[in-house]
Design a protein around this ligand. Structure first.
Ligand code: DAK
Length: 257
């Protein structure tokens, strides 16, 4: 892989995935996105990995899709290339993904953070959908996910003006989980990942699936889906172990079975 670096067991059961195209501020070209998808698919199958942390570098998480790669394309070329097939697969990752964001998270970079499940930001993080400034609009979910995350008024302001959201504002609007000093953002994301990795990976994945379902269904249907996943946890050895450990006043040892 040229543009992605994967480190397994960064913490127990935690994999770190780093975007690695620093000179271009991690602009998300097709090769990078393909490598990222392959990495996520492999980690999803690897039972030594329970949680994934996705990061860039201090200056940029990612400054957007690669403008140079798409500048001259026609609508039909874009349609035939169907790059969205790759982007759409990212959100099918079953394991939780925590984005550790510093510097620019713009356009497709911001959309990629919103495809993740949680975001830890450094104080220098800047989120934005500046596509309007280059004559287009968000194409990988920005108008939908940003609106759900920050509400209509703020999403309109950001997407129509191209303004950036500071880390503190992003926290205020509920886009990010936590803001920490720049030296701490990766550590903080890894600590959160480590904590989640100590839970039953089956329960974690079923919970992620149920939470995501809330974005796609009415309450009744969402509740029915949650209930089925809740019942399903009782088919796991982990649920038996978790409740037994509670009764025996000891720490559970989850096997992911
Ligand atoms: N694409 C390509 N190259 C980029 C880039 C980008 N998005 N962002 C930065 N770079 C490159 C710059 O061209 C420059 O390269 P050289 O000139 O050195 O060769 C290098 O990275 C360093 O950037 P700057 O010199 O501009 O650095 P500054 O610190 O001065 O400025 C900046 C940083 C982030 C403010 C600036 O680079 C900037 O405005 N970048 C563009 C931000 C932007 O407009 N982002 C949205 C792009 S549109 C799709 C999926 C998703 C999307 C579309 C389709 N499909 C699946 C089909 C999403 C679209 C977008 O994201």
């Amino acid at each position: 892989m040229d543009f992605i670096k994967v480190t397994e067991q960064k913490e127990p059961f935690v994999a770190l995935v780093e975007l690695n195209r620093p000179k271009e501020l991690n602009a998300l070209n097709h090769q990078l996105m393909t490598e990222l998808l392959v990495a996520f698919q492999q980690l999803d199958k690897n039972d030594q990995v329970r949680v994934i942390v996705l990061t860039g570098n201090e200056k940029a998480f990612a400054a957007g899709a690669d403008i140079k790669e798409m500048a001259e394309k026609t609508a039909i070329e874009m349609q035939l290339m169907d790059r969205f097939a790759t982007w759409d697969q990212i959100r099918k990752t079953k394991k939780p993904i925590i984005a550790a964001v510093s510097g620019f998270a713009l356009g497709g970079g911001c959309e990629l953070t919103m495809m993740c499940d949680m975001i830890i930001a450094s104080e220098t993080a800047k989120f934005g959908q500046p596509e309007i400034k280059i004559g287009t609009i968000p194409g990988a979910g920005g108008t939908q996910r940003l609106t759900k995350a920050v509400g209509k008024a703020k999403a309109m302001e950001l997407i129509l003006s191209g303004r950036f959201l500071s880390a503190d504002e992003a926290h205020f609007y509920g886009l990010v989980n936590k803001v920490v000093p720049v030296e701490m953002y990766l550590y903080e994301a890894l600590q959160l990942a480590k904590e989640i990795a100590q839970m039953s990976p089956i329960a974690v994945q079923l919970a992620k699936e149920a939470i995501n379902r809330s974005f796609e269904t009415q309450l009744d249907e969402g509740l029915a889906f949650e209930r089925k996943n809740f019942y399903l946890t009782f088919a796991s050895e982990d649920q038996k172990e978790g409740m037994k450990a509670f009764v025996e006043k000891r720490k559970p040892d989850y096997k992911g079975k």
